[in-house]
Design a protein around this ligand. Sequence first.
Ligand SMILES: *Cc1c(COP(=O)(O)O)cnc(C)c1O
Length: 347
Amino acid sequence: MAELVDLRSDTVTRPTAAMREAMAQAEVGDDVYGEDPSINALESELAAMFGHAAAVFVPSGTMGNLVGLRLLCEPGDELLCDADAHIVTYEAGAAAVYGGIQTRTMVMARGLLTADVVEPQIRAAGYHAVATRGLSVEQTHNRGGGAVYPLAVLKELRALADAHSLRIHCDGARIWNAHIASGVDLDEYGALFDTLSVSLSKGLGAPVGSVILMKEPDREAAARELRHRLGGAMRQAGVLAAAGRYALTHHLTRLADDHRRARQLAEGIAAAAPDVVDVHAVETNMVVLDLTNAPVDTAGLDEACRGQGVLISALGLRRVRLVTHLDIDDEGVERAIGAITTTLRGE
Ligand SMILES: *Cc1c(COP(=O)(O)O)cnc(C)c1O
């Protein structure tokens, strides 16, 4: 049987031969002593890229988000975010359990906050009130189908945050996709956030790693202490940094290919089943299918596709997510369109 077409996530990629070679050649040292040259290079390159004062390598985006949120909020503080945010949906309650952070969530179209919805949720100060301290945005938005925050909306949120002394965290696991899709420079995004977590192991295709960035230099020591407390301080992690640095050089601009293939996937499905997918909603590397009026539900489509070597992921009982990435080529897109459309036509 032909190789699987795995559209479940952009995390399923495996390092290429050239990336493995870069990992094998990496200079390493003990990063707990601050002596891993590859980690140090990656951290300073990323800080410069986003115009931030410091960057700290962490094993996962989940840890990056927790460290970032704890730099903004103390236990007992409140964080405003959208109800579909990764930090409240997919991180096993980390902000609550390890951060003591109370989240207040808002249901937003495609997961994107707007200043007019956020403003009335900011609490007035008072000894018996919870202190609203932070705001978190997700760029691109995962459960929002890879939606990109328009720069103007982010600027309004920044102005609102400044007016109320709130700080902003960006869960930028896929900020790379936003940058490629919108053409907005990474440092322009960086300027809007106090802390920013970026992933090397999503679309960029590195096997492991995220980086937490911070605008204020005096937060770095706290970030390193938090990482250590969480068990995220590693030793010769330069082999991982080398994969990340390779990815930043070789896999960033190619994200445009993933975006093109996601559109082709959506168009191919829409040609057979127009009410299942909104082609115009495809902004980056994700396609969301709405099976409300389809002859199968998510489980049915999953099973039928699996039988044809195509893997998809569930967002709900009748909502499906398809993600393009480094290991999906044009032939894979065609095979996926074939498997999905034959199932939707009831063939
Ligand atoms: C994957 C993801 C994370 C978490 O990254 P892990 O490395 O899997 O912990 C955080 N935020 C978003 C939006 C993600 O898609």
